[in-house]
Write a protein that binds this ligand. Structure first.
Ligand code: SF4
Length: 352
């Protein structure tokens, strides 16, 4: 099995009290290549998660998350609170204590072979990133892609990981037999800010190069310009620069939304803001005083600002795909005629 025979430098039965509750924990691993991180390898009982309330907002009813927690460590990550279920915290633990479903490919193969599996679309990257750093060690995605394509299951992948390039031949092969949607999330086009707010991610340049690599394989690649950070990345200059680079990289369409700050994320984000941009704390406190979303006035203002920039760069307007659960290019038959969709917990993004 995949997790046998790996070289380990330290192995601990359980490094955190909450993990003792996991009766499927194989071991917890730390290695010098991933300094500061611990991988908790578990045997998953199921690979496919059913998402209740699939809709035009979330055009997928099924997801796969090979990892829980994400070393990309985006300060604004909406999935942070999901990490508290094992007494892990939504801050540093989310970034550094990664649950790895080491048998996810084998379990998935059994699940999609069942007669009851009707081959609805499956979305990857809706909760945590399937091409985060751990994937370089565990290589779980190839078996997932093979199982989905082999069973005739359409799928979508949303990632910030340039590691997806490793699997592009396989993904291109899969796209010959099932509909596939790919999207690269690239929100910040200022290197200093990007390293500060997404410290574990590949650079913007590396992600743009991944978009180009996808296009060179003959596949579409959407760019998710999400989240747009009020007062930090919402200037005309930044947005114009961003969409210019996305278009030049070959993006098929762009999807954007303003920052959301739900409980459990807001505290982590505001602590970062106080450290890095203290002059903006009161402005953010006002903007997000009423809850998770920026006020509708802000979102309307942003939409008005974005529209001519999107047009200027000749970017297509993406649409939710009823077939893959991702974003389909304009005119494709599987496109749903609805105005908006977003990942889990990410309501009201706008599509262009
Ligand atoms: S890449 Fe996605 S899942 Fe990972 S930390 Fe960033 S926002 Fe969260």
């Amino acid at each position: 099995m995949r997790w046998n025979g790996q070289t380990l430098d330290s192995e601990t039965p359980s490094t955190l009290p909450g993990l003792a509750r996991l009766n499927n924990l194989v071991r917890s691993v730390q290695t010098p290549e991933f300094a500061g991180m611990t991988f908790h390898e578990v045997l998953a009982k199921s690979a496919l998660n059913h998402v209740s309330g699939a809709s035009t907002m979330m055009p997928f009813a099924w997801t796969i998350n090979p990892y829980r927690g994400c070393s990309h460590a985006c300060v604004y990550c909406f999935a942070r609170p999901t990490h508290t279920y094992l007494e892990l915290d939504a801050g540093k633990d989310f970034d550094q204590q990664i649950i790895v479903k080491v048998n996810v490919g084998e379990v998935l193969e059994r699940e999609v072979a069942k007669k009851s599996w009707q081959h609805p679309s499956v979305a990857l990257g809706t909760n945590t990133d399937p091409y985060q750093r751990a994937e370089g060690r565990y290589a779980l995605m190839p078996s997932i892609i093979r199982a989905l394509a082999g069973s005739g299951t359409p799928f979508s992948i949303l990632t910030k990981g340039s590691l997806m390039r490793r699997d592009l031949d396989l993904i291109a092969e899969a796209s010959q037999v099932v509909p596939v949607s790919l999207a690269m999330s690239i929100a910040v086009y200022d290197d200093e800010l990007q390293q500060s707010i997404e410290p574990g991610t590949p650079t913007t340049k590396a992600r743009l190069a991944t978009v180009t690599a996808v296009r060179e394989k003959g596949l579409d690649c959407q760019v998710f310009l999400m989240p747009i950070l009020p007062f930090l990345t919402d200037t005309t200059e930044h947005l114009d620069h961003a969409l210019g680079l996305a278009a030049a990289a070959g993006a098929s369409s762009v999807v954007y939304s303003a920052l959301h700050l739900k409980p459990g994320v807001k505290q982590w984000f505001m602590a970062w803001l106080s450290r890095e941009h203290p002059q903006l704390v009161s402005a953010y406190a006002r903007l997000y005083a009423k809850g998770t979303y920026a006020p509708v006035e802000y979102r309307e203002w942003l939409a008005a600002r974005m529209k001519p920039i999107v047009r200027k760069h000749g970017l297509n307007r993406g649409r939710p795909s009823g077939v893959t659960g991702g974003v389909a290019p304009p005119g494709r038959a599987d496109t749903l005629a609805v105005p908006s969709f977003g990942p889990v917990g990410d309501s009201q993004p706008m599509l262009f």
